[in-house]
Design a protein around this ligand. Structure first.
Ligand code: 13P
Length: 253
């Protein structure tokens, strides 16, 4: 049985005060379920990781990074390595978020290096995949997701891939208020699980958690997570509101 996994991606939001307040609210509101019946993670901006790790304390709310760089250390101005993230208390690292793919210009090859570096550094990567609206309209969803999944995990053994969570985030549903219907999302999640079974084996494919992301909110969370292959949510906007994020966590239980 896969334990549901709800993660909040705060993106470039909050400040030193509100990041701590939000983290404290999430910790105190999820005490009964976090880590037990649902895995909960929050991914603040890098600069607030150290404040948020204190706010999270030894609770079962885990910390994640929104991105990672694949080199260990050295002359890579502005980048953050796996060991720095680990040292700052991170357990998870988002790799290949659509905003990094489409706003910053990250390639599948770079994202693959990030996933590998996260695993090598003892972090659990959340590999994001998902098609643009134009790609969905051109019936290319399956091709795009297949490419992003295969290239994102290229060269990684089954043992390493068991550390990975996949997040299916259709780009047209992110921050737009347009959610994929549970049926649309389930179809892609089923494809991802089938691909994992072909690339590795069925046992691993059944173990890996596949989150959905894209305008997830309290009103659609239960129905989305009720789909057989949707194992949780990667939440953007609604993870910035304590009440909404807590309602989503509770919908997972
Ligand atoms: P929204 O929930 O704001 O649509 O963002 C989804 C997302 O990109 C999470 O990583």
């Amino acid at each position: 049985m896969r334990k549901p996994f709800v993660a909040g991606n705060w993106k470039m939001n909050t400040d030193s005060h509100s990041s701590v307040e939000l983290a404290e609210g999430i910790v105190s509101g999820s005490l009964e379920v976090a880590g037990k019946s649902v895995t909960v993670a929050i991914c603040p901006p890098f600069v607030y990781l150290q404040a948020v790790v204190k706010a999270v304390g030894n609770s079962n709310v885990a910390l994640g990074a929104q991105d990672i760089y694949f080199e260990g250390n050295g002359a890579f101005t502005g980048e953050i390595s796996a060991s720095m993230l680990k040292d700052s208390g991170c357990v998870y690292a988002i790799c290949g978020h659509s905003e990094r793919r489409h706003v910053i210009g990250e390639t599948d090859e770079l994202i693959n290096k990030k996933v590998a570096a996260a695993i090598a550094g003892g972090l659990l990567p959340i590999l994001c995949v998902g098609e643009l609206l134009s790609e969905r309209q051109a019936s290319q969803t399956n091709d795009v997701v297949t490419r992003q999944l295969k290239e994102g995990l290229a060269g990684l053994s089954a043992e390493k891939v068991s550390a990975v969570t996949i997040a299916y985030e259709p780009v047209w549903a992110i921050g737009t208020g347009l959610t994929a219907t549970p049926d649309q999302a389930q179809q892609v999640h089923e494809l991802i699980r089938k691909l994992l079974s072909e690339m590795y084996d069925d046992e691993l494919a059944q173990e890996i958690r596949i989150q959905y992301g894209g305008s997830a909110k309290p009103s659609n969370a239960a129905e989305l997570m009720g789909q057989p292959d949707i194992d949780g949510l990667l939440v953007g906007g609604a993870s910035l509101k304590t009440e909404d994020f807590l309602a989503i966590i509770k919908a997972a239980v």
